[in-house]
Design a protein around this ligand. Structure first.
Ligand code: MN
Length: 517
């Protein structure tokens, strides 16, 4: 019989820390609710000791999302554990997740402590965490590059002090499936007490092996896997939740485990995350990429028409990837709009709904059929990108055979309205120069791409942007039926994320120190 495996989602913690993935507190909460609907067992909501913002973010999730266990990360320090406990106070089910590095490299170079001191910290930290909640996870950071004898000793101490989950993370994405499986077997062999706790896998994709390693760990006895939606995360990312779950469902005879995730919520969750962070999976990404279910070659299409099974191992509906349906048009009312948003997993309040309805009717004037993608785009890219610091009031651009000129008006904190005009070698360049001029900020475009949100000539265009604002890398996205306006909105989106990103960057300065696991 297939074993139950606990799905531990760390999109809101490990996922958020990667460059450009900053989320608004409101977006975090919305995603946490969706992760609940998806059916994950544990949501790691953040790292409360890292900043006041992170503490509040975890608090909000803990107070709102009731079914899953809410986990908060902490180093093996009094202050960190106290902050995690404080953030989790309102949770129905709470877990404190403490970690410390166990590889000699990290102990010597980073923590500058010896093995004996490491053991003492583990002992004290697990004991302290245990005073706040019976559910304590311990992670041996850089487990895959640790001496196995020492690792086994650390694991035993953590279990003796009451840790209920032991995580053996491949922090740097260094291991391979056979080697990672051997690590789990070794620990089970050398620490018989491990039979009474849950062993957990946490993999990074530096060698493109994160999912393969996670599956190998499950086979070798791991009872929990830590993963993220779309595989977002530090560097090359974490193991992708959707890939692990669908491997188990598609090959139950080979990858024998089961979990509580409802696969029909996968695409919706993926899309919600992409829209929140403005980073979209590459088109060929497994399960959630735009082309994951596209069949282009004639011979494949012929086979598909005869029988879907010829070239399709997963029916798109299974993961909620049904084609975008035509839902609304110019004459649809507020109720229809509200109902559709609820069906898509959102619960806009009255004020938001009123704003959405206004944006919807404006769009319906420009575009005949409004599809689900359009509605999601309106919600995330129209005005709903809290914290809304800057607002684009208006934009006027002239371009053609002469130098492009743009005039913008922006509103923001401490000023009612500010306007500027600038020129550029194209309409987007001119618009960006004008925004930079109005706000007195240096803007450097690193990457800009235009996508159509839905098919058709009257489609919404989405601009996805990587920019450096005053030296900081940020991503932004914006949509409009006019791509120049979409570009300006993308830039304003990036500007709106700048403050939150400042905080994240401060944390990232001590990157390996703070964000170990
Ligand atoms: Mn990690």
């Amino acid at each position: 019989m297939a074993r139950d495996v606990i799905i531990f989602d760390t999109t809101l913690r490990d996922g958020e820390q990667a460059p450009g993935n900053a989320m608004s507190p409101e977006g975090k909460l919305r995603l946490a609710r969706q992760l609940d609907a998806l059916g994950v067992d544990v949501i790691e909501a953040g790292f409360p000791a890292a900043s006041q913002g992170d503490l509040r973010g975890v608090q909000q999730v803990a107070e709102t999302v009731r079914r899953p266990v809410i986990a908060a990360l902490a180093r093996c320090h009094d202050r960190d554990i106290a902050a995690a406990a404080e953030a989790l106070q309102g949770a129905q089910r709470k877990r404190i997740h403490v970690f410390i590095a166990t590889s000699d490299l990290h102990l010597e170079q980073k923590l500058r402590i010896d093995r004996a001191a490491c053991i003492e910290r583990v002992r004290a930290a697990v004991r302290q965490a245990k005073g706040f909640t019976p559910d304590v996870e311990f992670s041996a950071e850089d487990a895959t590059r640790s001496d196995f004898d020492f690792l086994a000793r650390v694991v035993l101490v953590a279990i003796t002090e009451g840790a209920t989950t032991i995580n053996l993370p491949d922090t740097v994405g260094y291991t391979t499936p056979a080697e990672y499986a051997a690590l789990f077997r070794t620990i089970r062999e050398r620490v018989p007490e491990a039979a009474n706790v849950v062993l957990s896998a946490h993999c990074h994709d530096d060698l493109g092996l994160a999912v393969a390693n996670s599956l190998a760990a499950i086979e070798a006895g791991a009872g929990q896997v830590e993963c993220t939606i779309n595989g977002i995360g530090e560097r090359a990312g974490n193991a992708a939740l959707e890939e692990i779950v669908m491997a188990g469902r598609t090959r139950p005879q080979v990858v024998a485990f089961q979990c509580q995730v409802n696969p029909r919520e996968i695409v919706r969750t993926s899309r919600m995350l992409s829209l929140e962070i403005g980073v979209f999976p590459q088109p060929n990404k497994a399960i959630v990429g735009r082309n994951a279910f596209a069949h282009e070659a004639g011979i494949h299409q012929h086979g598909m028409l005869q029988n879907g099974l010829t070239y399709e191992i997963i029916a798109p509906e299974t993961v909620g990837a049904g084609g975008s349906s035509i839902v609304l048009g110019k004459h649809s009312g507020r109720h229809a709009l509200e109902r559709r948003y609820r069906e898509l997993g959102y619960e806009p309040d009255a004020t938001t709904l009123e704003q959405l309805y206004e944006a919807f009717t404006a769009l319906a004037d420009k575009k005949r059929q409004i599809l689900d993608e359009d509605l999601l785009t309106l919600l995330h890219e129209g005005f709903h990108q809290a914290p809304e610091v800057y607002n684009l009031i208006s934009l006027r651009v002239t371009c053609g055979t002469e130098t492009a000129t743009a005039e913008v008006r922006l509103a923001g904190p401490g000023f009612h309205e500010r306007s500027a005009s600038a020129t550029g070698n194209g309409p987007i360049a001119a618009a960006f120069a004008a925004v930079g001029e109005a706000l007195g900020r240096t803007i450097e475009v690193l990457d800009l791409s235009v996508q159509s949100v839905t098919p058709g000539r009257d489609s919404l265009g989405r601009v996805v942007l990587q920019v450096r604002i005053d030296g900081k890398s940020l991503s932004g996205h914006g949509a409009s039926t006019d791509i120049v306006e979409a570009g300006a909105r993308a830039l304003v989106h990036a500007l709106n994320k700048a403050d939150h990103a400042d905080g994240l960057e401060t944390m990232a300065l001590g990157s390996s120190y703070y964000w170990g696991v």
